[in-house]
Ligand binder design. Structure first.
Ligand code: GMT
Length: 377
């Protein structure tokens, strides 16, 4: 198949899933065309079968708000025509599904059918889509899609409940390449870069948006480091980074925390940790926790959204109410001081990732779904 993929190419779970999906599809022999405003950050540009088409946005002074959606629709229709795409797959409903709808209409006027699939990731529905000003157009984009997928059952239910749409939504969970996200053989030596011998490593990976509650990460770690010699690696960057740094200084634990900023090869960092912290206010899936699980790193997370579908409390990680930082710190201490329990959880996490979420199992679900959409049209 020749597939066009559009996503937010910057730091964020939906962009990561879209990019990894494109890479895996290309590895399976499909031709994949990314149509985005900048090159997705996990793409090297050298993958066989993967092509990148930038969406140029005019900054003519008259436009206080450059019309990105229109530029995207134009580029989608051009790429579809020049490269004879079979379908478009857009990740994140706003505004991508509406741009795809326009592209479909533009091509239909010239006698070509270009179906599009929309994948819902979370914030497009739970936060952005529920802003009244975006709701009608988001609902329209979803209703007009030739296929709709959701990354968790939770998000499917939420979409049907909040948007009252009639479309069938196919749940295709996020995935991880278990050959790339795996424990490191040189783990002990590599840990020495970040921690002294005998110190445990906790890690957090996100875009530091308020929904991630990064200050809760610092509070949990403050409870842990009081009792267990340890270090916290904070991977990523975003609006709440300075509040996290401020809190770390206020609590006097800044020397135990490394702010690593945005990192490209998180598959090399995650396996160095003993525990991942993900105390988010909401996660429709929690991709970072899945990547950690595949690397044998259990996650202490909140019991929200789609997280309980991913993490089996007490078996592959631990789940707590939002804001329960003391309880999360206590759970972390219990695991970090009981090697046998920690290892059992780490092994169970990797086994679950391999059994349920490996790309080798999930990519064929997308391929079959594309075929169904193409056969419909
Ligand atoms: O969580 C974010 O801030 C980014 C957002 C996105 O769309 O890029 O993440 C959502 O999609 C990820 C990939 O499917 C999921 O793993 C995240 O749970 C989801 N975030 C939320 O629901 C808050």
């Amino acid at each position: 198949m020749k597939i066009g993929i559009t996503c937010y190419p910057t730091y964020g779970g939906s962009g990561v899933v879209a990019t990894e999906l494109g890479i895996e599809l290309a590895a399976n022999g499909h031709q994949v065309h990314f149509i985005t405003y900048s090159q997705p950050f996990r793409l090297t540009g050298r993958e066989k079968g993967v092509f990148y088409h930038e969406v140029p946005v005019s900054n003519y002074p008259l436009f206080e708000y450059p019309p990105y959606d229109l530029a995207l629709a134009t580029r989608m229709s051009e790429v579809a025509e020049y490269y004879e795409l079979d379908l478009l797959h857009v990740h994140y409903a706003i505004p991508h599904s509406v741009s795809a709808l326009l592209a479909r209409q533009m091509l239909a006027a010239r006698g070509r059918h270009l179906p599009f699939v929309t994948t819902l990731h979370g914030t497009d529905i739970t936060l952005v889509g529920l802003d009244r000003s975006y709701l009608p157009i988001t609902r329209f984009g979803i209703e007009e899609s030739d296929g709709v997928t959701s990354i968790s059952q939770y998000l499917k239910d939420k979409t049907l409940e909040e948007f009252h749409i009639q479309n069938h939504i196919e749940v295709i969970p996020n995935f991880v390449n278990c050959d790339v996200y795996k424990p490191r053989k040189d783990r002990e030596a590599a840990r020495a870069i970040y921690a002294s011998p005998g110190e445990k490593i906790l890690i957090h990976l996100s875009n530091f948006r308020p929904v991630k509650r990064v200050t809760d990460v610092v509070k949990i770690f403050a409870g842990v480091v009081e009792r267990v010699p340890s270090r916290l690696l904070l991977v990523g960057d975003g609006p709440d980074r300075s509040s996290a740094e401020y809190l770390a200084h206020n609590l006097g634990i800044q020397d135990h925390i490394s702010f690593l900023g945005k990192q490209e090869s998180v598959n090399e960092l995650l396996p160095l940790a003993d525990l991942m912290l993900m105390p988010s206010k909401l996660e429709s899936f929690g991709l970072a926790a899945l990547e950690a699980m595949a690397c044998k790193v259990p996650t202490i997370a909140t019991n929200v959204g789609g997280v309980p579908e991913l993490i089996d409390d007490g078996v592959t990680g631990r789940l707590f109410p939002v804001g329960a930082t003391d309880a999360m710190a206590q759970a972390a201490i219990e695991l970090l001081t009981d090697e046998e329990k920690l290892q059992a959880m780490a092994n169970a996490g990797r086994a679950s990732a391999q059994a349920r979420y490996c790309s080798s199992q999930i990519i064929p679900l997308y391929e079959r779904y594309y075929e169904r959409v193409l056969n419909k049209g």
